[in-house]
Design a protein around this ligand. Structure first.
Ligand code: GLY
Ligand code: MN
Ligand code: MN
Length: 445
């Protein structure tokens, strides 16, 4: 995969991560930190492994994606030490450092075994914290603490604010995914199956499936009602009505998370559904314009429920007012997830509920148990904006027998259910005044 370009802002990124980590270590009472890259987990009673990706805490420091067995040690005031594991192996290709500028920022020690890795660690380790898998050796190594919560919380809290380097990586991950989405849409309109569309996405991004930041959701027709639909049907439908594609690309360890809903056909129901997609797209853009420092994400979510309700009322799916649909539960039957989440090294990035670095949390609103972010936005946060509406049997069936049934036009539901649902998702970086839409290249001030 491509390596990150910006040497200058990578250096500034590394300095900022070192600064944050120094402060977190001091407050938590540790002298040094070891970050484990991790190792690919094995299949049960087999010699195969699951796809490998380095732990996010390790990836924060360096864009090294082929690093099983490696460690990074950071001691404040010293250059970070990369203990780079190179297997002596003729069955698999051993890892190698990429030809890039960033390795020069590290004190690199190459090792071939865990014992050599232990020998390469600096200093007494009783005041050293380890972040990674609890390897059996760690006790004998004399490591001070394994994944200490109070340190993890401080690091997670700080990670919400992305450096300019990270935002550039996310911008690139968006650009790569945009070409994937265009190719996927073309494949859908040409009559491709979910499987074909997925292949087209990977091809256009130049990424194999295991490199993608998350399993792409490729949902034709009614399957779009399954929020994290994971099947890739090999045969195209007899009649293609809609495609919900939720797919991102990776760059230097960062991932984009983008959803588009495409329509096909020009019958009356097709046109009605396409009009709902267009209405939700407009609503999504209006919601993006609300993203700015000081905005409380819980308020943006409440505003999203209202905007989605308005689309449903306009489309004749709801037979009550927008206000009523918020209190009688009708709106949330069609929009059961949160309006967005933090994005970065992880698709659902850490720190979404944190009130402070000590670990106090901000609760989700009682009516919105699926919300993944409850914080007040600050410059540097990167979030997704992903309103959706879906015709989900598991939610609608029980509603038929409840009071809320009167607020729903069930004939409209029956006509639209074969289309599954709609989601439109962009990635936004909060700026000093507003936000930058990394997916569409639009700035809101
Ligand atoms: N792709 C998962 C999500 O949108 O949260
Ligand atoms: Mn998504
Ligand atoms: Mn998302």
């Amino acid at each position: 995969m491509t390596q990150p370009r910006p040497a200058a802002d990578y250096r500034a990124h590394l300095a900022e991560i070192a600064r944050r980590t120094t402060a977190a270590l001091e407050k938590s009472g540790y002298d040094s930190l070891i970050l484990q890259a991790g190792e690919p987990p094995g299949w049960f009673r087999d010699d195969q492994t699951y796809p490998y990706r380095p732990h996010a805490d390790f990836r924060l420091w360096l864009p090294l994606l082929d690093a099983p067995g490696s460690l990074l040690q950071f001691t404040p005031g010293r250059r970070p030490r990369l203990i780079f594991f190179v297997a002596r192996d003729f069955w698999y290709q051993p890892a190698s450092l990429p030809d890039s500028d960033w390795p020069a920022e590290f004190d690199v020690v190459t090792v071939h075994s865990r014992a050599e890795a232990r020998a390469a660690l600096q200093g007494p380790l009783q005041r050293t914290a380890w972040i990674g898998d609890a390897l059996p050796e760690l006790i004998a190594w004399g490591i001070g603490a394994i994944n200490p919560e109070h340190l993890l919380r401080r690091l997670d809290y700080a990670r919400a604010i992305k450096t300019p380097y990270e935002i550039e990586c996310l911008r690139t991950a968006n650009r790569i995914a945009a070409s994937g989405h265009a190719a996927a849409r073309a494949k859908f309109l040409a009559g491709g199956s979910e499987f074909d569309i997925h292949q087209a996405f990977c091809d256009a991004c130049g990424q194999r499936e295991q490199e993608l930041p998350y399993n792409a959701i490729v949902a034709i027709n009614e399957a779009a009602a399954v929020l994290h639909y994971q099947v890739l049907r090999r045969t195209p439908p007899t009649r293609a009505r809609s495609l919900l594609l939720d797919a991102g690309a990776s760059f230097a360890g960062y991932g984009s998370d983008i959803t588009r809903t495409a329509t096909a056909g020009d019958g009356a129901d097709d046109r009605d559904f396409a009009a709902m997609v267009a209405a939700l797209d407009r609503a999504q853009q209006a919601l993006c314009a609300q993203v700015r420092p000081g905005a409380d994400w819980r308020d943006i979510h409440a505003s999203a429920v209202r905007a989605i309700a308005a689309v449903l009322v306009e489309a004749g799916v709801l037979r009550c007012s927008v206000e009523e649909s918020l209190t009688n539960g009708a709106a949330r039957l069609f929009f059961p997830h949160g309006i967005g989440h933090m994005l970065g090294l992880q698709v659902h990035d850490v720190g979404g509920f944190m009130a402070d670095e000590e670990g106090a949390t901000i609760a989700r609103p009682a009516l919105d148990p699926a919300l993944r972010l409850t914080r007040v936005l600050q410059p540097g946060f990167v979030v997704t904006m992903e309103p959706g509406l879906y015709f989900i049997d598991a939610l609608l069936e029980p509603a038929r027998a409840a009071d809320v049934a009167r607020a729903i036009d069930w004939q409209r539901v029956a006509a639209l259910q074969p289309y599954g649902g709609i989601r439109i998702e962009d990635n936004l970086a909060v700026t000093a005044q507003g936000c930058e839409n990394l997916t569409r290249g639009i700035h809101h001030e």
